[in-house]
Unconditional design. Structure first.
Lengths: 114, 113
């Protein structure tokens, strides 16, 4: 199992540009999440999904969009990038019905908006 | 509402001495509790998890944690610190069947030679 994979690992955007951060998991987990981590800070939830076709906002959704057309994929879209979106983005997945329900994290995408 | 409090934002220990990272939780229901480690510029790696099977939980790299319901605590310990333990540690809580994971603010562990 590859677990949770994220692409790209690094990206520099100019203000106003758009991009999609990719996230894929091969563990057949229903729940998937996007977090951002600012320097020296903890994780903040952007969006989450409890299954294909179902998404909902987390704590800091403004400036982002998501979709979940399959169980495996949960892309995060940034429209009109702003310097405030400079951060490290982590995708995670979990399976609340498995009895263990820990989150599995991807390696992260480091985004800089200039 | 659930909350997780990591009592120390920074902890410094000498190599070879014990490590104690403190975490308190509040929850109306029986929680599942986790400790994750994040090394610099890396993702989060699960150290150990408590899911009510046993109150003393052993994890990777010699870490362990004890769930104490009476104290609502889940402190992380290691008998002897190694330089490679220097990292950020997060205590996380959730309740069975929910999407919501509550993160502590993190404890940065520094290991002195």
């Amino acid at each position: 199992n590859a677990g949770v994979t994220q692409t790209p690992k690094f990206r520099i955007l100019k203000i106003g540009q758009s991009m999609t951060l990719q996230c894929t998991q091969d563990m057949n987990h229903n729940y998937m999440y996007w977090y951002r981590q600012d320097p020296g800070m903890g994780l903040k939830l952007i969006y989450y999904s409890v299954g294909a076709g179902i998404t909902d906002k987390g704590e800091v959704p403004n400036g982002y969009n998501v979709s979940r057309s399959t169980t495996e994929d949960f892309p995060l879209r940034l429209e009109l990038a702003a310097p405030s979106q400079t951060s490290v983005y982590f995708c995670a997945s979990s399976s609340p019905t498995s009895g263990y329900n820990e989150q599995f994290f991807g390696p992260g995408t480091r985004l800089t908006v200039l | 509402a659930q909350s997780v409090t990591q009592l120390d934002s920074h902890v410094s220990v000498s190599e070879g001495t014990p490590v104690l990272l403190r975490c308190n939780y509040s929850s109306s229901y029986s929680p599942s509790l986790f400790w994750y480690v994040q090394h610099p510029n890396k993702g989060l790696q699960l150290l150990l998890k408590y899911t009510s099977a046993a109150t003393l939980v052993k994890g990777i790299n010699g870490f362990e944690a004890e769930f104490k319901k009476s104290e609502t605590s889940f402190h992380l310990t290691k008998p002897s610190a190694h330089m490679s333990d220097a990292a950020e540690y997060f205590c996380v809580a959730t309740t069975s069947g929910t999407y919501k994971y509550i993160f502590g603010t993190g404890t940065r562990l520094k290991v002195l030679a």
